[in-house]
Design a protein around this ligand. Structure first.
Ligand code: NAP
Length: 249
């Protein structure tokens, strides 16, 4: 899968799945735009990519999202692929409206609003290149929460799935493909950042293959869907969950 001369934006490229994806696209010859808030982490990932454009930006801020697109066009003149990966979780107790709504705002602004806004500013440019979008959702979109207080995260990923299907329908006449990849548990900083009381030894017992996915595995799937090999695929949701959904209790 060659991506020579292709320009790819990866949001949330400072860590985990986004970091592995930026490194994989760069290794495959793409020009990579890396987006995140943590400058030190972005720089250390950037050192593993070939001349990336590194942008410190917050997906919750409208001006930052517009700046990502403007600077990409200024530097490279085109956009071929958008990987909407930036995302997080935070707990909120449904019996305590203050914590519930605080978590709702952080999660929905990042996982849904930022993704919708980025898709919207990128679409006119992707129409010119007949490009494509890969949205990173989660198996969480299809089940009820494993951990107490994470309803808002599960709801946000269900929104990502439906947004993907709707956007795929609306953007198909412009030649743009839009797909979702839904990981199960992946070994990243996600659990620590979300302050969840869980560990991978426990989590892996929840899936049929009794293992945890490495971020590079999700990056491989992203590159496949974004490549010409995926040219007939749009509006699809690829699950990579180690058999979490099919596990017998
Ligand atoms: N790990 C899992 O088990 C798992 C499973 C299913 C789906 N996912 C999804 O996979 C995606 C990547 O998560 P991960 O597992 O790689 O977690 P991670 O290691 O915590 O990485 C999350 C990335 O999102 C970025 N991010 C968060 N809020 C942002 C904001 N407001 N603006 C810009 N960037 C922001 C972070 O960058 P900064 O900190 O630099 O801002 C970081 O690069 C997320 O959408 C997550 O929901 C993860």
């Amino acid at each position: 899968m060659g991506f020579k001369n292709k320009v790819v934006i990866v949001t949330g490229a400072s860590s985990g799945i986004g970091a592995s994806t930026a490194i994989a696209f760069s290794a495959a010859g793409a020009e990579v735009v890396m987006v995140g808030r943590n400058e030190a982490k972005l720089k250390s990932v950037a050192a593993k990519c070939k001349n990336p454009l590194v942008l410190i930006a917050d997906m919750r801020k409208d001006d930052d999202v517009k700046r990502i697109m403007d600077q990409t066009i200024k530097k490279f003149g085109r956009l071929d692929i958008l990987i909407n990966n930036a995302g997080l979780s935070s707990t909120g107790d449904i019996m305590d409206s203050e914590s519930m709504m605080k978590s709702y705002d952080i999660i929905m602004d990042t996982n849904v609003r930022g993704l919708v806004h980025m898709t919207s500013v990128a679409s006119p440019h992707l129409a010119k290149t007949k490009g494509n979008i890969v949205n990173i959702s989660s198996v969480a979109a299809l089940i009820t929460p494993t951990f107490k207080g994470t309803i808002n995260y599960y709801v946000s990923k269900a929104a990502v799935n439906h947004f993907t299907a709707c956007a795929a329908a609306e953007l198909a006449p412009h030649g743009i493909r839009v797909n979702t990849i839904s990981p199960g548990p992946v070994r990243t900083d996600f659990i620590a950042n979300a302050k969840l009381d869980a560990d991978y030894d426990y989590i892996k017992t929840k899936n049929a293959l009794n293992r945890i996915t490495e971020p590079e595995e999700i990056a491989d799937l992203i590159l496949f869907v974004a490549s010409d090999k995926g040219k007939g695929v749009t509006g699809s949701n690829f699950l990579s969950d180690n058999g979490m959904l099919v596990k017998r209790s």
